[in-house]
Design a protein around this ligand. Sequence first.
Ligand code: 13P
Ligand code: SF4
Length: 303
Amino acid sequence: MPQALQQSIKALLKKHNAVLLAHNYMRDEVQEIADITGDSLGLSQEAAKTAADVIVFCGVHFMAESAAILAPEKTVLLPRLDAGCPMADMITADALQQFKRQHPGVPVVTYVNSSAAVKAYSDICCTSANAVKVVNSLAANEIIFTPDRNLGQYVARFSSKKFHFWDGYCPTHERLKPEAVAALKKSHPDALFICHPECNPAVVSLADHVCSTSGMYDYCRKSSATQFIIGTEAGILYRLRHESPDKEFILASPALICPNMKLTSLEDILSALETLQPVVKVAEEIRIPAKRALDRMIAVPRD
Ligand code: 13P
Ligand code: SF4
């Protein structure tokens, strides 16, 4: 059955000159059929440069919004409109404006896990892959960092700037406790612990390497280690195991499942391609300032 569905999806992708982008946390069968899988930064960049007319975005709402901001001439489909991100919902544009009034003149760095409206009130965006570079590219010696306090605290380790953190967090990554990591490290003394910077600082302190989801593939592929304890959402295991079949990957906690990232099924994708709905679009008065913040991020040199 999945194979028949996958074939129908492929035929419709071709018919509509559509591209299927999938985040690294998507269900295995969705990643399997994707034209491109990646992290938030990689997928935004693919959306910006694709020659396709239709982007089927398999991820959560803020990711499809970023695609709609960067590629307004394309039809951006989000097969499940209810796939949101609780962290992104922890800050609103009104709340950010109020926070800015408390820190006049201080530039705002906003993690892409945020609504288009919040991006529109931000000076620059960042992802987990480029946050340190983005923050250090700013001339100001004080910044507001929203909405992820954990990513903010991680970045602050590499910056001399003064940070004003928003108190947001990812409920999925926050469920990983340092005690669970310490126990796994004890039972697997040769394993390296790799985690996402959305983890709590107490967990990040135990890590051998901290990086974005796509950074994990590169790191684990190139590492001479053969055992890894993985501190991010379970969907990452699909490609890790596929790319390094001779290595062992241990999920740091069974609680590392983002319910929103697991919503999109092959049936949802098929239905989106049959109806060309639901479409994610951003009003021009929000899209233009939000794009400015995303463009500034993309312009930050990588190395
Ligand atoms: P990445 O940009 O590392 O893929 O992270 C996105 C995300 O939502 C992590 O929870
Ligand atoms: Fe949001 Fe966390 Fe899910 Fe990523 S894993 S989409 S940050 S809730």
